[in-house]
Unconditional design. Structure first.
Length: 543
C-alpha cells in the first residue's frame, strides 16, 4: 500500500498538478525510495526533477518564475499546469566564461534550466576550467542539480595568437596592419600574429582577410615573404583567438591546410577532460569520420566512464562528409558562426535544416549553436527575429540549443537563458499539436534491430493515439523514441539505475527505475491509476 501511495505521488508530480517551483533542472526533490522502489525523472542531459509529497492547487503557483523578466508570463502557468506534457524537451547548453564563472552565477543558470555547461578550451587556463568543473559538480552533489560538462576543443584552424592587446583591439577604417607568424612580446601596434606558418600560402594582393566571419575585414596590399600587409576595409573588433579566413572575388579561398583535426594542444585538453570527468567532448573543424573514430577508440582505452563525442559541423569538408560524420559521432553541433564563414550566409538556414533532418534519420542528437540571442550580449531583451530563429530550430526538432557569448561574456546571461527556455517550451507545445503525424514520415536510415523495434513502437503509439510505458534494459531505443514530436508520451523504465542517468545522451526522456519485475508491475499498477493526462497507456516488454 505504501508503494502504491508513493508511486501515485511520484507520477502526479510528472503528469500534472506538479508541486514544482520552476521549469529548470529542479522542480522539487531528486529521487526517493519507498518499499524498495526508487523513482526518478530525467528532464535533460543527466538532469533530474525533484518530486514533492503534497499536491498544490494550480491557483497557488506563482505567475512567473522569472520575476523582472516578465516574458510570456501566461505560458509559465500553462506549462506547469500541463505537468508532464508541458515539460521542456529541448535541452539548453550554456558557455561558461568570465561573466558567469562564480558559484552563485552557475547556480542561477542551473536553476533557470541549464542542462549542459560548455567550456571553450580556446580560452582560459586549465586551472580556471578545473575550478568551474568542480563548482558544477559541487552544485550537483549539494543542491541536487544534474548539469553535465562539455569541453570544446580548439581544432585545426587559422586564428589570431596575439594582437598586442590583453583583450580586444579596434581596427579603424583604412588603418594598415601586418599579419605575421613572428612571435612578439608586449605591445606591438597594428600587428597580428597567426598560429600557422603557411597561413598566407596561395594568397595574393587584392584578396580579402576576414576576421571571425565579418567582425572586421582587410584587403591584402602587399605580400612580404609569409607576411601580409593589409588595409582595413571594414572596421571592427579583433578578439583574442579570432578566426581568419580568406576570400577572393566574393568566394572563399579553399585552402587544404596541413592542420590535424586534433592538434597536440587538443590531445592535452582531452587528457585534462578525462581526468576531470567531463561528460562530452566537442570536436572542432571535423573533416571526416576518421578523427571521430580515433578519439572514441582513445577514450575507450583511457577512461572507464562513458564520454560522448560530438562533431561540430563548421566547414565545407564536414558538409561533404556529413552522413559518415553523423554516423560515427554521438551527436552533432551545428556551429553556424564558423559555418557562415565557409558558405554564403543565405545558405545557412537550408544547411541547418538539412543537418537536423539527417540527424533525425540517423538517430543522433543535434545542437543548434551560435548567435541565437546575440543581441542579449549587450541588451536585456532579444530581437523578434532572434526569438523566431530559436523557435524555428525547435520546430526542426533540434535536441538542444546553445548560448555562446550571451552567457560567457554577456551582461544578461540568465535572462537570455530564460528567454531561450520559454521560447523553446512554447514552440514545443505548438509544434506538438501541429506535427503530430510527422514522425510517421521520418524514416530512419539505421538498420539495427533495436532501432527498428523502437521505430515501430513510436509509429503505433502515434497511429493509436496511445502513450507508452516502455520497459527497457539497454539505451539503444531511448534516443529514437524521444524524438517523436507528437503529444504522445513515453515513460521509460529500467532495472538498471545507471541507465536513466546516462550522461552521453542529449535526448529528453523521463525515466522510472525499480529493482525487480514484481515491484515494477506493482508500481505500474499504482501509476496507471493516477495518470489524468494519459488516458491510455501501452506497456512494452523488455528488449
Amino acid at each position: 500500500m505504501a508503494a502504491s501511495s508513493n508511486s501515485r505521488v511520484f507520477m502526479q508530480g510528472i503528469i500534472g498538478k506538479s508541486p514544482g517551483t520552476g521549469l529548470g533542472n529542479r522542480v522539487s526533490g531528486v529521487c526517493f525510495r519507498t518499499s524498495g522502489v526508487r523513482s526518478g525523472i530525467k528532464l535533460g542531459v543527466r538532469a533530474t526533477m525533484q518530486v514533492g509529497l503534497e499536491e498544490v492547487e494550480s491557483s497557488q503557483l506563482p505567475n512567473s518564475v522569472d520575476g523582472n523578466l516578465g516574458f510570456d508570463v501566461v505560458s509559465e502557468g500553462e506549462l506547469r499546469e500541463k505537468g508532464f506534457l508541458g515539460m521542456r524537451k529541448t535541452k539548453l547548453v550554456c558557455t561558461i566564461g568570465p561573466a558567469c564563472c562564480l558559484l552563485e552565477d552557475l547556480e542561477n543558470l542551473a536553476s533557470s534550466g541549464m542542462n549542459v555547461a560548455r567550456l571553450n578550451m580556446c580560452h582560459n587556463t586549465w586551472e580556471w576550467h578545473r575550478d568551474v568543473i568542480r563548482k558544477i559538480k559541487r552544485l550537483n552533489e549539494e543542491k541536487g542539480y544534474c548539469v553535465s560538462v562539455m569541453i570544446d576543443t580548439e581544432g585545426g584552424q587559422i586564428h589570431v595568437v596575439d594582437h598586442g592587446a590583453p583583450f580586444s583591439v579596434k581596427a579603424e577604417n583604412e588603418s594598415i596592419w601586418l599579419f605575421t607568424t613572428q612571435k612578439f612580446e608586449g605591445s606591438r601596434p597594428f600587428t597580428v600574429q597567426a598560429n600557422y606558418e603557411g597561413f598566407s600560402e596561395g594568397i595574393t594582393v587584392g584578396d580579402e582577410v576576414v576576421i571571425d566571419g565579418g567582425m572586421a575585414s582587410f584587403e591584402v596590399i602587399e605580400k612580404i615573404g609569409n607576411d601580409l600587409r593589409c588595409k582595413c576595409t571594414d572596421p571592427g573588433l579583433l578578439l583574442p583567438r579570432a578566426k581568419l579566413s580568406f576570400w577572393r572575388d566574393g568566394k572563399l579561398v579553399e585552402k587544404n591546410y596541413e592542420l590535424p583535426t586534433i592538434s597536440t594542444k587538443d590531445w592535452a585538453d582531452i587528457e585534462f577532460g578525462i581526468s576531470e570527468g567531463v561528460d562530452f567532448i566537442a570536436m572542432s573543424f571535423v573533416k571526416d569520420a576518421n578523427a571521430i573514430k580515433q578519439l572514441k577508440s582513445y577514450l575507450s582505452n583511457k577512461s572507464s566512464e562513458s564520454i560522448g563525442v560530438l562533431a561540430k559541423i563548421e566547414s565545407l569538408e564536414s558538409l561533404q562528409h556529413l552522413e559518415e560524420i553523423i554516423e560515427a559521432s554521438d551527436g552533432i553541433m551545428v556551429a553556424r558562426g564558423d559555418l557562415g564563414v565557409e558558405i554564403p550566409l543565405e545558405q545557412i538556414p537550408a544547411v541547418q535544416a538539412k543537418i537536423t533532418h539527417v540527424c533525425r534519420q540517423l538517430n543522433r542528437p543535434v545542437i543548434v549553436a551560435s548567435q541565437l540571442l546575440e543581441s542579449m550580449v549587450e541588451y536585456p531583451t532579444p530581437t523578434r527575429a532572434e526569438v523566431a530563429d530559436v523557435s524555428e530550430a525547435v520546430r526542426q526538432y533540434a535536441d538542444a540549443l546553445m548560448l555562446s557569448g550571451e552567457s560567457a561574456i554577456g551582461s544578461y546571461g540568465q535572462k537570455a537563458l530564460c528567454v531561450l527556455r520559454m521560447a523553446s517550451s512554447r514552440m514545443e507545445l505548438w509544434s506538438r499539436e501541429e506535427n503530430r503525424q510527422s514522425a510517421l514520415h521520418q524514416r530512419q536510415l539505421g538498420v539495427s534491430l533495436p532501432d527498428r523495434i523502437a521505430e515501430q513502437i513510436c509509429n503505433c503509439a502515434v497511429e493509436m493515439g496511445t502513450n507508452s510505458l516502455y520497459l527497457k534494459t539497454s539505451s539503444f531505443s531511448k534516443c529514437y523514441c524521444s524524438k517523436i514530436g507528437s503529444k504522445n508520451s513515453f515513460v521509460f523504465t529500467s532495472f538498471n539505475s545507471a541507465l536513466p542517468l546516462q550522461p552521453t545522451t542529449l535526448v529528453w526522456m523521463p525515466s522510472l527505475y525499480t529493482q525487480s519485475m514484481v515491484k515494477w508491475h506493482h508500481s505500474c499498477h499504482a501509476t496507471v491509476q493516477t495518470l489524468p493526462y494519459l488516458p491510455s497507456l501501452t506497456t512494452t516488454a523488455p528488449e
